[in-house]
Design a protein around this ligand. Structure first.
Ligand code: DC
Length: 204
């Protein structure tokens, strides 16, 4: 079990995916699971009513919700906002943490999120805390959005990132924290291959 935690926009999912590929193991994106619950919540009303029966799966590099491919639909700004809200609901966390523990018990995986090393798998063999300054994360995110042809204003993006940082690290259930045994990597000024190499060196 390799746990990768950190604030939003630090590049966790890019690195986690590449690391899993390099090691030949599965990658589990727990943020996508909160996003899938958020998508359900926007369509079916607030949890926990339908939470028990929810099925989330990762196969063929896609995210599946109750048998439907929702990979792209969970990336909209509306779902992002709702994911932040539902991730603070204790019943939602209990349900998803249970699913994550099941997924990680079955096989060796790379799992990324906010509370993997602190709560989901406190005994993970490797724990990384991947971060970057809010400035750097906002710069990367603005560039990424503009490259996709979306409108993005650096100041707005940075304000959004700072709000999510605050919400993620101040919620009462399983907030984002760096555990003392996690290896912190501050990725300002590093490119993807440098970050990946740094993780691989620590693992090997
Ligand atoms: O990493 P992301 O942006 O896809 O995460 C979506 C939301 O879910 C974000 O608000 C943080 C939350 N989250 C969480 O609370 N715990 C996790 N293990 C993963 C994500």
């Amino acid at each position: 079990m390799i746990a990768i935690d950190g604030p939003s926009g630090a590049g966790k999912s890019t690195i986690a995916k590449l690391l899993a590929e390099a090691l030949g193991i599965d990658y589990i994106d727990t943020g996508a699971m909160y996003r899938a619950v958020a998508l359900c919540s926007l369509g079916s009303g607030s949890p926990p009513d339908w939470l028990d029966g929810i099925e989330i799966d990762f196969a063929d590099g896609r995210t599946w919700l109750n048998g439907e491919d929702v990979t792209d639909r969970i990336r909209t700004p509306e779902v992002t906002k709702e994911a932040s809200r539902v991730s603070a609901i204790p019943e939602v966390r209990a349900k998803l943490v249970g699913l994550q523990r099941e997924m990680g018990r079955r096989k060796s995986v790379v799992m990324d999120g906010r509370d993997i090393g602190s709560n989901v798998f406190p005994d993970a063999r490797y724990k990384f805390f991947l971060t970057a300054t809010a400035e750097e994360r906002a710069r990367r995110r603005t560039k990424e959005m503009q490259e996709k042809g979306m409108e993005a204003d650096y100041a707005d993006v940075r304000k959004d990132i700072e709000k999510r940082d605050w919400d993620d690290s101040h919620r009462s259930v399983n907030p984002l924290v760096k555990t003392p045994d996690a290896i912190e990597i501050v990725t300002d000024g590093m490119d993807v291959s440098e970050v990946l190499a740094s993780l691989l060196t620590k693992i090997k």
